[in-house]
Design a protein around this ligand. Structure first.
Ligand code: ASP
Ligand code: MG
Length: 420
């Protein structure tokens, strides 16, 4: 977002809170009614409340399916598609405003364009360029609860854009930044961020807090949160609170500040990505330009490559291995086979792999965590296929059917069920 955004800030007298409710929390009239009551409760705290809503249930999927049904397989027009998709959030935002009014509260719905959300023109995955909060501020100053349709904005062309799947979170964090809100609250069907996927171990524990950087690693690697919204929170230092819309259990605060506990664990969580494939290009002549020669055609096709390993060469040739998501493996191996810049002997693919990572800012500059991770996996009889690290993450590639075994062993080894 540009600095114009900062210039458009106007502070009202009451603190602003932005709340966002996901589609599963709004799936039917009864649920919308319940969420309206939660909003009213929050409003009672003498705050200005801005609410961002997603489309009801899976209605975005239904709209997309309808578009494909009428075009009979050919790609629907991008401009029309965005206007169509934006209607899902118009339904939920208008219904929410009606529900609040029926309780005697003054509320108004605003579409993304009405809320001043300006984007670039990339239909289907537009980025927010600027937010003009004047209208929103006016409505808040009149004591209204403002319900903003998530996931959408207005391009300079005058057309409606959408921000990408799951991007109502992004709308919410951006509006929190633009209105100088105290924090952005995201209410969903999970009640917070856990040390790992609770389906993999009963010892998974809900975290009271997690840093933006850790959350980014967890989000990218599988935890359910839109990474763009976390990035925005990080850049603008906007705390994001994630909790359930179905209970009053405390959730998880994602923030950039110091942890409140002086002594805290180095490893915060275990992230899992279940659908990874690897591609090995064998017998590649070892000379400059080989890596670029193999990877550029993949980038041109929009295929993202993750872990990359080039073996030490013997007799002038080498093997080059990289991973892609399971969905891309066929396309990626076709692209590598078809390219002509780099000679190779054969392309071999391996599927049914998974990434298991330990994540924690406390691992930074602290030796020994990799060794402990690898010995834990070895003791559990799990073979590591590839390894990659960042400053706050160590990732291993293993067989998919060993995920549960690996996660349970690591969760125990790093004592993640304990709070300190
Ligand atoms: N309704 C949109 C989607 O499903 C945006 C969102 O849910 O955040 O992608
Ligand atoms: Mg959704």
């Amino acid at each position: 977002m540009t600095s114009e955004l900062d210039a458009s800030l106007t502070r009202g007298t009451r603190p602003v809170v932005v709340q966002k409710y996901g589609g599963s929390s709004l799936a039917n009239a009864e649920l919308i009614h319940n969420v309206a009551q939660r909003i009213i409760h929050r409003k009672g705290d003498r705050v200005d409340v801005v609410v961002v809503v997603s489309a009801m249930g899976d209605s975005t999927d239904k709209l997309i399916a309808l578009a494909h049904a009428v075009t009979k397989g050919s790609k629907p027009d991008a401009r029309e598609m965005d206007t169509l998709k934006s209607t899902g959030e118009l339904v939920s935002s208008t219904l929410m405003a009606m529900a609040l009014k029926s309780h005697g509260y003054d509320a108004i719905s605003l579409s993304g364009p009405q809320a001043g959300i300006k984007t670039d023109t990339v239909h289907g995955s537009a980025r927010i360029a600027d937010i003009n909060t004047r209208r929103l501020r006016d409505e808040l100053d009149q004591g209204r609860i403002v319900i903003v349709a998530g996931f959408q904005g207005l391009a300079d062309s005058g057309d409606i854009t959408t921000l990408g799947r799951g991007a109502s979170d992004t709308t919410a964090v951006a509006l929190a930044v633009a209105t100088s809100a105290e924090r952005c609250e995201i209410y969903t069907d999970v009640d917070g961020i856990y040390t790992t996927d609770p389906r993999l171990t009963s010892k998974a524990r809900k975290l009271a807090e997690i840093s933006f950087l850790e959350m980014l690693e967890m989000a990218v690697l599988g935890a359910k949160m839109n990474p763009r919204s976390i990035e925005l929170g990080l850049v603008y230092d906007m705390p994001i609170y994630v909790a359930s819309s179905f209970s009053d259990e405390p959730g998880t605060l994602i923030h950039g500040g110091e942890y409140t506990m002086e002594v805290r664990k180095a490893v915060t969580g275990i992230a899992v990505d279940r659908n990874v494939a690897k591609i090995t290009v064998r017998g590649v002549i070892d000379r400059p330009g080989v890596a670029a020669g193999l990877l550029q055609p993949l980038a041109d096709e929009g295929i993202s490559v993750d872990v990359i390993v080039q073996n030490a060469s013997s007799e002038g040739t080498t093997d080059f291995t990289f991973t892609v998501t399971g969905a891309d493996v066929q396309r990626a191996s076709d692209v590598v086979r078809a390219q002509t810049r780099v000679e190779f002997a054969e392309v071999v693919t391996g599927t049914d792999l998974a990434k298991v990572s330990i994540v924690g800012t406390g691992m930074e500059n602290a030796p020994g965590y990799a060794a402990r991770m690898f010995s834990t996996l070895a003791e559990a009889g799990i073979n590591i296929d590839m390894i990659t690290t960042s400053e706050i993450r160590i990732t291993t590639l293993i067989k998919r059917d060993e995920i549960q075994n690996a996660v349970q062993a690591l969760h125990d080894a790093f004592e993640l069920e304990k709070t300190d």
